[in-house]
Design a protein around this ligand. Sequence first.
Ligand code: MG
Ligand code: ZN
Length: 381
Amino acid sequence: MKIAALLLALILISCNANKTIQNPVQIDDIATPIASKPKTAKNIIFLIGDGMGIGQITAGTYSNGNTSHLERFPVIGLHKPYSGNELITDSAAAATSFACGFKTYNGAIGVDLDTLPIETILEEAEMKGLKTGLVATSTIVHATPASYIAHNKSRKNYEEIATDFLKTEIDFFIGGGKKFFDRREDERDLVAELEAKGYTMGNYLTDLSEFRSANSSATKIGYLTSDADPLPAAQGRDYLTDAAMYGIDFLDNSADNGFFIMIEGSQIDWGGHANNSDYIVTEFLDFNETIGRVLDWAEKDGETLVVVTADHETGGYTIQPGSTQDTLVTAFTTTKHSGDFINVFSYGPGSERFGGIFNNTDIYYKMREAYGWEKKRMVLE
Ligand code: MG
Ligand code: ZN
């Protein structure tokens, strides 16, 4: 018996020795093989504060009693916002980087440097059976939302961009720009065409909450908040949080396979272009309220990755000497965009991918990984 036991022990030792040589195994790997692997997310909520650099975040935070919902995010990174043809990006090239994963020229909407259309993460999500949505406080055909759904060589071709809404299966969109849908040079009525395609369409003539309760069985939603640009928050625009939560609830209720929604605080950028600190701060606070409600929702849901960032900074906006938290002295270095790196805040499954310094295009790839999708890049026909 003793000899048999000794032989068995020798065999076990030699097996282990062989195994160790072929495939070194760390104790930590054995203890936490699953917990240490980045998680996947069922849903992604992507919030873009257009023009929201660190100066805008700082001023908005101090103006809000030294707090913001961005402080609730456990993972913070920085992205490099330069575009494919200029160090200083515009919103179209930047949004195309987030939506498609490559750098392109300023003004490009969902097309590469050769103006070839590239499938966006929203379009791919639709193809994969996820529900999709866009919410903005600019027109819905403006550069940032447009880059998720349209393919155009120029951001200025608003009427052409509007026709691209008919080429997708997007489930939910809210933003301004009704005139680009129903008062067009080609005299098409895209609102009627969208209705014929199965959308329940609404506009600012009906209060958003009334529209929502009157259309609880709708399968696809489009709601246009203004004829041209929506008003600034300081002049009474107040739909962003309601529209965002409407979209999230609507998509989540029908999303067996998850959803993707991009929500934009569009006008922080416009405050920067106007070199108007109050405009920046009021738009930041509006966006901050939306971020808070989205985070509350995601904390309960547990399957949703939330990412907040900006496309670029606008205004070269800084807090000056002589400031107090209550009385900020601010200054601008430009009425255009600046080239500063941009903060990325993330929460939820997969958020650990968003720490560190990376390119704006990496946000696309990190989101794909968070969904658990295969890596790929597809040129559309
Ligand atoms: Mg924008
Ligand atoms: Zn801008």
